[in-house]
Ligand binder design. Structure first.
Ligand code: NAP
Length: 246
């Protein structure tokens, strides 16, 4: 009998990452639940996945730290045996007008949102090469496709991810590895809850479907991209934003 497939989802203690981890578990994957600081929430996700009859582990790692990332992949392979799907999801947003931007904030965003995606993609690919199959899903943002004041750094990090996705798709296709990105609009998570209420109301007027997205809607798309049903899709950035960017 074939071993269970294994997915690693970064930033899976909360928000979109948690929903993707749960959705992949429902699709039959064993799941490594990465978190940075919120061990309690990560353990709750692990319990919810094991209640579905799948294996799961919580792995603490700062996705923006290469040493942490490599140690995380060693743990995942030791505990769960393989890596079939990587979801690069851990990300931060630190809105600031250009002249208010601090060097620390800039470094943090670039480290987590860009370098972290590369560190994880490298480590996952090392495993996927041998299996000659795999799927990498990068969570980008609609901010990479439309200009939102205050988000120059965030937009630049997510734009980098769209470009990285397309180029890696070409590099890795000969090895059976597909690479795609998802660009969500405004999804109801802690990240959006931090926005002022007036700002959310203003954005709602610009979303044709008239509401924020649900984490489960993004998770369904991630599960599709991970699956064999998406076997001919690679290098794409798929927008899920209720029409916001139209
Ligand atoms: P969230 O609710 O703020 O959750 C962030 C998750 O990332 C948490 O699990 C957090 O772990 C983890 N994390 C943060 N920094 C990390 C690090 N250095 N290393 C490892 N994990 C880290 O965020 P979200 O809204 O679900 O966003 C998830 C992804 O979707 C991000 O890439 C974001 O840019 C993208 N996105 C979100 C929206 C939206 O509207 N929400 C829209 C477009 C794109 P801890 O719990 O341990 O802190």
């Amino acid at each position: 009998m074939e071993e269970n497939k294994v997915a690693l989802v970064t930033g899976a203690s909360r928000g979109i990452g948690r929903a993707i981890a749960m959705r992949l578990a429902a699709a039959g994957y064993d799941v490594a639940v990465n978190y940075n600081s919120n061990e309690e929430e990560a353990n709750k996700v692990v319990s919810a996945i094991t209640a579905l009859g799948r294996r799961a582990i919580a792995v603490k790692a700062n996705a923006g730290d290469r040493g942490d990332v490599n140690a995380m992949f060693r743990t995942v392979v030791k505990e769960l045996g393989r890596i079939d799907v990587l979801v690069n999801n851990a990300g931060v947003v630190d809105d600031a007008f250009l002249l208010m931007l601090s060097p620390d904030s800039l470094d943090r965003s670039l480290n987590i949102n860009v370098k972290g995606y590369f560190y994880c993609a490298q480590a996952a690919t090392l495993k996927m090469f041998k299996a000659r199959r795999g799927a990498i899903i990068n969570i980008s943002s609609v901010s990479s496709l439309m200009a939102l004041p205050g988000q120059s750094v965030y937009a630049a990090t997510k734009g980098a991810i769209n470009s990285m996705t397309a180029t890696l798709a070409r590099e890795l296709a000969p090895y059976g590895i597909r690479v795609n990105a998802i660009a969500p609009g405004f999804i109801a998570t802690d990240m959006v809850a931090h926005l002022p209420e007036e700002k959310i109301k203003e954005y709602l007027t610009q979303i044709p479907l008239g509401r924020l997205g649900k984490v489960e809607e993004v998770a369904d798309l991630a599960a599709f991209l991970a699956s064999d049903e998406a076997s001919y899709i690679t290098g794409q950035t798929l927008v899920i934003d209720g029409g916001l960017s139209l």
